[in-house]
Design a protein around this ligand. Structure first.
Ligand SMILES: *Cc1c(COP(=O)(O)O)cnc(C)c1O
Length: 464
């Protein structure tokens, strides 16, 4: 399979380059050139996570990996999850399920894609005896999941920028207590959008062209691809015993996860009714889905910090699709957006959006209420991000009570104990692996929100 950039679809490259590079030189994002997906049917026995992951992913890697290599990479990526099912479904009500995505090593759904990406990096770097430098921005969970996936790898140095004092203590410690000489943590005096802006700029900087930078943010296509799996897996399991319209509620920040759900629906022929986009008070996407107008405002700190994002990178991928794959148009619109911080789409394209998505914005008070209610009703502790998605599910079901909704549980509550204890008056239990995390020594660099300072620090420490 060949890949193109959303800002120039004339030039095509292969999966290996897409996975190692992340962002295209023209500033666009990579997408498959065409969507030739093989039809697949599973018997009841064949419905397991690894099997479905193989059938989804093989469409996108083409013949770069042999069947045996791809199967082994998938096996290695998911064998250490604390649930044998990798992403188990839990029934709350006849028409409401929880899809638990936090059973990976760092307790958030980011592990599902990053474990795979880490193993793909290993495979490609070994094969070509190559080295890379990973540069990533995190709103909290991507950082630790990426570090976990590549720590101690001698072919990789990894630099993670997090917004200083805007991630939870537990999240920061998950990153800064990783003891490995290939790991560089940067606490940036700014917001997640500032971190993301610097990372994108580094990729397009002439001075870093020779540096072999790779991206682990969801601008990297491989992450989106890996996340399609659990949508297909959940639908296959649910359709074994019911025939209702299934929608997914997705707590959304950078729009990677919700976009993967959209691909499962629109390109992999999975019978999904709607992708419900659930945002916190940073509601740029909710406003867009309600009006067709996308415009940037100031980012606000909330109790679901992994979604404190204004500019949702993967939005550009959706734009490319609904503008009928016209990359000249995307280039024009995005260039304009970078200047004016707003973009509007036309009626026809907006209609397509409404066919696929529904959106809700949930405020912080409601988030805490939901954590309290769900604990009382089911004795289940939701993390605040999951609670945002759960609240959106309730709002959706109010008008669609003959549908089934799956709420994505994107993180373990222990990652956000402050919000949880505010809601239910006690802390969630720490998984045993993290029992002593508050005693370990931390290592990180605090840097001003200044492009040149960050660039100099990174260049000084890169593998060449
Ligand atoms: C990253 C993250 C999200 C948002 O996912 P996107 O793909 O960026 O939209 C939601 N919840 C948690 C816990 C996260 O870590």
């Amino acid at each position: 399979m060949k890949y193109i950039s959303t800002r120039n679809n004339k030039k095509a490259i292969d999966f290996e380059s897409v996975s190692l590079k992340g962002l295209a030189n023209d500033g666009g994002l990579y997408l498959p050139k065409d969507w030739s997906i093989e039809n697949f049917k599973f018997s009841k026995k064949e419905i397991d996570f690894q099997n479905i992951a193989y059938y989804v992913i093989k469409n996108f890697v083409g013949d770069i990996l042999s069947k045996a290599d791809l199967k082994e990479i998938i096996r290695k990526s998911y064998y250490n999850f604390s649930s044998k099912k990798v992403t188990p479904l839990k029934k709350l009500e006849e028409n409401h399920w929880l899809l638990e995505l936090y059973h990976g090593p760092t307790l958030a759904f980011k592990d599902i894609a990053l474990q795979l990406l880490g193993n793909l990096f290993n495979f490609f770097l070994e094969k070509n005896s190559n080295q890379i430098n990973i540069i990533g921005a995190t709103s909290g969970d991507t950082g630790s999941a990426a570090l976990e996936a590549v720590k101690n790898n001698k072919n990789i140095n990894i630099f993670i920028l997090h917004p200083l004092n805007r991630v939870s203590d537990f999240q920061r410690r998950q990153m800064t207590t990783v003891k490995s000489s290939n790991v560089f943590n940067i606490g940036l005096e700014g917001t997640f959008d500032d971190c993301q802006y610097i990372v994108k700029k580094l990729f397009n900087d002439k001075d870093t062209k020779e540096k072999k930078f790779a991206s682990i943010n969801s601008i990297n296509w491989t992450r989106i691809m890996a996340q399609i799996t659990y949508y297909v897996y959940a639908v296959k399991q649910l359709s074994l015993f019911e025939n209702k319209k299934i929608s997914f509620s997705v707590p959304t920040g950078n729009f990677g996860d919700a976009y993967a759900g959209y691909l499962a629906k629109s390109k992999l022929n999975t019978s999904i009714e709607k992708i419900i986009v659930a945002t916190n008070e940073n509601d740029i996407l909710d406003r867009f889905f309600k009006s067709g107008k996308y415009y940037k405002e100031h980012v606000k700190s909330t109790n679901s910090p992994s979604m404190d994002i204004q500019v949702a990178s993967n939005f550009e991928r959706l734009l490319y699709d609904i503008l009928n794959e016209d990359s000249d148009k995307v280039l024009e619109i995005m260039t304009n957006f970078e200047l004016n911080n707003k973009l509007f789409i036309k009626k026809g394209a907006y209609k397509k959006i409404l066919e696929n998505f529904k959106s809700f914005s949930i405020d912080q008070t409601r988030t805490l209420e939901v954590i309290r209610d769900v604990y009382k009703k089911y004795n289940i502790i939701l993390d605040p991000h999951t609670a945002v998605g759960y609240a959106a599910s309730l709002d959706y079901l109010e008008y669609n009570n003959d549908h089934t909704v799956v709420s994505l549980a994107t993180a373990h509550p222990a990652k956000f104990s402050r919000a949880v204890s505010q809601a239910i008056g006690k802390n969630p239990l720490l998984p045993s692996k993290y029992k002593n995390i508050f005693e370990l020594e931390e290592r990180y660099e605090v840097l001003e929100n200044n492009y040149k300072l960050v660039k100099d620090f990174i260049i000084k420490n890169t593998l060449s």
